[in-house]
Design a protein around this ligand. Sequence first.
Ligand code: KIV
Ligand code: ZN
Length: 386
Amino acid sequence: MVMKVEIFDTTLRDGEQTPGVALNVYEKLEIARQLAKLKVDVIEAGFPIASNGDFNAVKTIAENVKGPVIAGLARANFKDIDKAAEALKNAESPRIHTFIASSPIHMQYKLKMSPEQVLEAAVEAVKRAKSYFEDVEFSAEDATRSDVEFLCKLFSQTIRAGATVINIPDTVGYTTPEEFANLIRTLRERVPEMDRVKISVHCHNDLGMAVANSLAAVVNGATQVECTINGLGERAGNAALEELVMALVTRKDIYKVDLNIDTKQIYRTSKVVSTLTGIYVQPNKAIVGANAFAHASGIHQHGVLSEKSTYEIMTPESIGLTSNRIVLGKLSGRHAFVQRLKELGYELSEDEINRAFERFKDLADKKKEITDSDIEAIVEEQVTKI
Ligand code: KIV
Ligand code: ZN
């Protein structure tokens, strides 16, 4: 049977924790509407207790965006949970996402609480959230540096208190694919209650392994992945939605999962988020970077002009682009040059092409990229005027 994996987008909550990003309510609403078009399963709209602005943003999104579940974050205390419930009360499908840290390092230095106190706070928080809504997510912050026995106890008791989703965050991007796979397997084996809830993962990218870790979790039974557009987030960011989704889609032979996502909205969503957050996307970023579907060398250009799959493992159209990009420069060959001449409407003789190509190569040694205007000028000088 093909398993369904849900995409939980936290661009508007963890993504907004990117240093330098602050979105107002209109910007958040615009992003949320685009996320609904992308067909994410869950939008984490914000952290309602954090500020009046965030409360209003969560409330506005809850009231106006239909389709995905709308989640609001709350620490494991009644004040946070009551505030989240107030912001979410008019949502079509509301979810409170409550969390508390479970690692010795966080419990000792940040919370100054014993494991027993953390367990009690987690159970009480889930019960309180459940008094508002059916759908409650519980996260054990810093799960990957926590004691596994303690995690088992925490998850078993929070599920019994009413949690419908159990989230296992790699808060500081510390784990590796093998280790994380093992953790998910162990928790599923040791906590029988995990069978009746969604198992979620939330990976940070400090060692550049957020997407790989999330995929390893999916192979081992995770049914929800938390991620952000363009991989935005605290420090090195979160698992990038576009990378996760396209890996799951492109390697369906391995992952064998179904998603709701409309992949054709990926590029547009990335653009909306980079414009509104002001965080530009690096050109070589997988899937949505300017070079992700660009070909610069003559050998590659010849390959894709003959058959795209020689150097493209997914189509640009599948993420909403209209075509790939052949970059003309000093590494380009005659094949790509002739193709561009045709696209620009020139029908030249062999001799004319030879002269134009020679001039193109001279110019390409002096310039990084040859534009269409450069080619028009070359044809004017070298061909028409002779
Ligand atoms: O990284 C993390 O642990 C979080 C939790 C609040 C889920 O963002
Ligand atoms: Zn996080």
